[in-house]
Design a protein around this ligand. Structure first.
Ligand code: ADP
Length: 327
């Protein structure tokens, strides 16, 4: 939000509470004085007829009445202030979300534009027969395939997110062994990993757990974590995929040695559209939906996703899922 606009709104907000408060207080003081004067005049007229005790009680009654009115005014003002504060907070949240949405639209457009441009450029170069070297042709075709895959992934993410927003996402949960899901996600990302020189270490410990899961959705969640590990790895080329058990939970961990997530952003990265402000050397492509989807999928499976720092560098994303006991 623009800071001048914010300052103006805060000023209007304060004025709209302070002016009525000052006017009401002034009126109350004025009324109080007038009433005291009236009481004094009345008492002077009938001085002899009243004892000191009666005079005192008239004053006390009048003070009490004013104290009561004063409290009522303060209460009314506090309620007004509180309601205005709540409305103000709502307004701020809506306005932040509107900002994020508009950033999201421009991000998505940019994310669609970039692969489309390179697909178009390489396809046209090949179609015009300008490249004769078969090795170069293969390189161009690989780029086209990679960029198309990136496009498809982005479109899938936006569609999945829009389903969630409309409450239309449905998961078909079935008893499923977890290992094949991890293997499928690893296979899906293998070509991209190989192309960029990554090594994926898979370390599965304990006996193969069974979970109640929608295999496609869970594969998508693991894939999103692996894609992020790749995107935010900086110069490191090692990613680990762990699976282990802890009590009645199966834990899938995706560990990278990349740029890491600063502690102050570790909760926010799961919010829709949120992206950590670009760090040097990081691949900044993305629209801030991958982890929102992972969190949604984890919750739909009765589980959760967590992040912590890896030592000496990088992050550990843990997908924690309740295990099913097989009969
Ligand atoms: P996207 O990657 O499209 O921006 P995500 O929702 O997947 O969206 O991630 C949100 C943000 O969390 C990213 O923009 C990035 O800043 C941070 N992040 C996610 N995964 C990692 C990771 N493995 N290492 C460092 N930062 C990460």
């Amino acid at each position: 939000m623009d800071s001048t606009a914010t300052r103006r709104r805060v000023t209007i907000f304060l004025i709209s509470v302070l002016i009525p408060a000052a006017v009401l207080t002034g009126l109350a003081i004025q009324l109080y004085r007038q009433q005291q004067k009236l009481i004094e005049q009345e008492l002077e007229k009938q001085h002899d007829a009243h004892t000191a005790e009666q005079i005192h009680s008239v004053y006390r009654e009048s003070n009490l009445r004013f104290a009561f009115y004063g409290c009522a005014v303060v209460l009314a003002l506090s309620v007004t202030l509180f309601c205005r504060y709540v409305v103000w907070q709502d307004y701020r949240r809506d306005s932040e979300l509107a900002d994020l949405r508009s950033q999201f639209v421009s991000h998505v457009s940019h994310e669609l534009r970039t692969p489309l441009t390179s697909i178009q450029m390489f396809a046209e170069t090949l179609a015009l027969g300008r490249v004769q070297d078969p090795e170069k042709q293969r390189g161009y075709l690989e780029t086209i395939a990679r960029e198309s895959e990136r496009l498809a992934r982005l479109v899938d993410q936006v569609l999945a997110f829009s389903k969630i927003e409309q409450g239309r996402s449905d998961y078909r949960l079935q008893l499923t062994p977890l290992t094949p899901i991890l293997e499928a996600a690893s296979r899906a990302i293998e070509p991209s990993l190989a192309q960029q020189g990554f090594t994926l270490r898979r370390i599965y410990s304990g006996c193969a757990p069974t979970v109640r899961a929608d295999a496609d959705a869970l594969e998508q969640a693991v894939l999103n974590l692996l894609i992020n590990a790749m995107k935010y790895s900086n110069d490191s080329r090692i990613i680990e995929l762990h699976m282990r058990q802890s009590g009645s939970d199966a834990i899938v961990e995706v560990i990278d040695q990349g740029i890491g997530v600063p502690a102050e952003y570790r909760e926010r990265i799961f919010e829709k559209f949120f992206r950590v402000p670009a760090a040097d050397g990081a691949d900044t492509s993305g629209v801030g939906l991958g982890l929102t989807l992972v969190q949604h999928i984890a919750a739909a499976h009765g589980g959760r996703v967590e992040v912590r720092g890896n030592l000496p560098a990088g992050s550990v994303f843990s997908l924690i899922l309740p295990m099913e006991q097989q009969a």
